[in-house]
Ligand binder design. Structure first.
Ligand code: SF4
Length: 207
C-alpha cells in the first residue's frame, strides 16, 4: 500500500513524519483503524527524509491552491522529529508565508527527549495543539501507557513552555466516558490557553 507522508483533509494539509510515539493510548485509531485514515494509509516503513517531505508537500501545494493550514500530525508524535519539523517549517515560511502552521502533539516529546522543544521552535509555530485527554494523573494513567514518569504533570509543563514560545496554544480532549471534559476545560482556563473538545472515534470512518 502506498504510504502517505502528506495528506489533505478538509482545507488543510497534514504531515505524517513518524509513526513513533512515547505513549500508547487505549483509544488510538492508528491501531484500531490499522494505520488507515479516511482513505489514506499512514503506516511508514521508514521515516521520510527532509527532502522527501518537501517534495511531497510542494507537489500537493501546487495541486491545492486554497490550503489554510499545514498540520504536523499523522500516526505518531511529530515532535520526536523536531529538528526535521523545524526545517520543514522554515521552508513553508519562506515559500508559503500565508499558510498557518500547527502541531498536534501529545505533549510528551520534551520529557522523552529531555529538551525544551517549544523553546527550540520559538516564534515559528502558529498553533500548538496539545491532546491532554485526562483531567488528572490517575485518569491519564488509566488511558495511556508510557515509560515517562508523571506524564500528566510533564504535559502541563509542556503547555506552560508552549505558551511562552508560541502565539496560540490549545488543549484538546476527546469525549471519552472516563474523562471529565469540564475539568479539562477548567485546566485550560487556569493555564489561559484555548480549549477544544474532539470526537471519540471508534469504528473506521471514511468521511
Ligand atoms: S499519542 Fe496519538 S499516535 Fe500516539 S498512541 Fe496516542 S493517539 Fe496514537
Amino acid at each position: 500500500m502506498k504510504k502517505n507522508i502528506v495528506y489533505k483533509y478538509k482545507d488543510n494539509l497534514y504531515l505524517n513524519i513518524t509513526n513513533r510515539c512515547p505513549v500508547k493510548c487505549v483509544y488510538c485509531i492508528k491501531y484500531r483503524w490499522k494505520s488507515r485514515f479516511r482513505g489514506y494509509y499512514l503506516g511508514l516503513n521508514k521515516e521520510p527524509r527532509f527532502e522527501e517531505v518537501i517534495k511531497e508537500l510542494n507537489k500537493k501545494l501546487k495541486i491545492y491552491c486554497n490550503i489554510k493550514e499545514i498540520v504536523f500530525c499523522g500516526y505518531g508524535e511529530p515532535l520526536l522529529r523536531w529538528e526535521i519539523l523545524k526545517k520543514v517549517t522554515l521552508w513553508i515560511k519562506k515559500n508559503y508565508p500565508e499558510i498557518k502552521i500547527r502541531i498536534n502533539t501529545n505533549g510528551l516529546a520534551s520529557a522523552y527527549k529531555k529538551i525544551n522543544i517549544p523553546k527550540k521552535l520559538e516564534g515559528l509555530i502558529d498553533t500548538i495543539s496539545v491532546s491532554l485527554n485526562a483531567h488528572n494523573q490517575k485518569v491519564y494513567n488509566t488511558l495511556h501507557k508510557t515509560k515517562i514518569k508523571s506524564p500528566f504533570n510533564k504535559i502541563i509543563n509542556f503547555i506552560k513552555q508552549a505558551k511562552k514560545y508560541s502565539s496560540k496554544v490549545v488543549i484538546t480532549t476527546i469525549l471519552h466516558p472516563k474523562i471529565d471534559v469540564d475539568k479539562v476545560k477548567k485546566i485550560a482556563e487556569k493555564l489561559k490557553v484555548e480549549f477544544r473538545q474532539r470526537e471519540y472515534l471508534t469504528d473506521y470512518e471514511n468521511k
